[in-house]
Design a protein around this ligand. Sequence first.
Ligand SMILES: Nc1nc(=O)c2c([nH]1)NC[C@@H]1CN(c3ccc(C(=O)N[C@@H](CCC(=O)O)C(=O)O)cc3)C=[N+]21
Ligand SMILES: [Mg+2]
Length: 286
Amino acid sequence: MTAQIIDGKALSAQLRTEVAARAAALKAKSGITPGLAVILVGDNQASQVYVRNKVKACEEAGFHSVLEKYDAAMTEAELLARVEALNNDPTIHGILVQLPLPKHIDDHKVIETISPAKDVDGFHVASAGALMVGEVGFKACTPYGCMRMLESIGMKDLRGKHAVVIGRSNIVGKPMAMMLLAANATVTITHSGTADLGAMTRQADVVVAAVGKRNVLTRDMVKPGAVVIDVGMNRDDDGKLCGDVDYEGVRQVAGWITPVPGGVGPMTITMLLVNTMESAERAANA
Ligand SMILES: Nc1nc(=O)c2c([nH]1)NC[C@@H]1CN(c3ccc(C(=O)N[C@@H](CCC(=O)O)C(=O)O)cc3)C=[N+]21
Ligand SMILES: [Mg+2]
């Protein structure tokens, strides 16, 4: 038996159609068009591609989108001033400052300047805190997308399940663990300081790999039938996009697996649209 595939592209298409319908309904009812502003500083090649995909996804959903591109020499003060201007712009419901930023700019300072009401990335301390205590706030898009993938295979409630997260970043590992916990899973967070990773993952009903390194999870580390979610975005020796999971090996034992590309990546962009939609609806009801 080989694993069934959780198709992030297909699920994204379905969810984006729903978002487009919500956007049209909001516009008809209140005259408000959801608006996303994306700021890109510098000329990082990968960032250019991602940002273009985000703007394209917005347009397809009927959103208003603004892409602001700046030279790598932009000062931190100039960037903070742009974020503040967008905070005060009523046509904008979501602000995304593409990371990484040039070294001379303090990412944390920039993120904390974004109004939590427009923090559709879910990176602000207020958004992370809201997730931790179960308050209303924007959820980080990548882990949020992983939760929607689990929901799509009937795993919305994870009571009685053991979820093992590999990685403890602020943008994926930690919020992922919080969301799994909120879904009633028993959660283990593993990382570079974990003594025996395989001993942990072999107990898991759900494994989320979010390290940024190839072949972190191999078939001998997976319990037969487990759900494997691959957040990784790496390049193999031929320059092809690949995840953190040894896909060919792991699919021989897993019950479900997400591919790279076509898995978590498209879902990340979809949840950005969902958060921006939500923000526009909140603004309309305010
Ligand atoms: N403030 C901020 N927010 C982010 O959400 C953010 C960021 N900065 N910086 C960079 C990372 C990366 N990221 C991706 C999203 C979608 C795909 C995606 O759609 N990937 C496609 C493949 C794309 C390709 O072919 O290269 C897939 O997996 O199928 C990839 C990467 C968002 N990021
Ligand atoms: Mg920095």
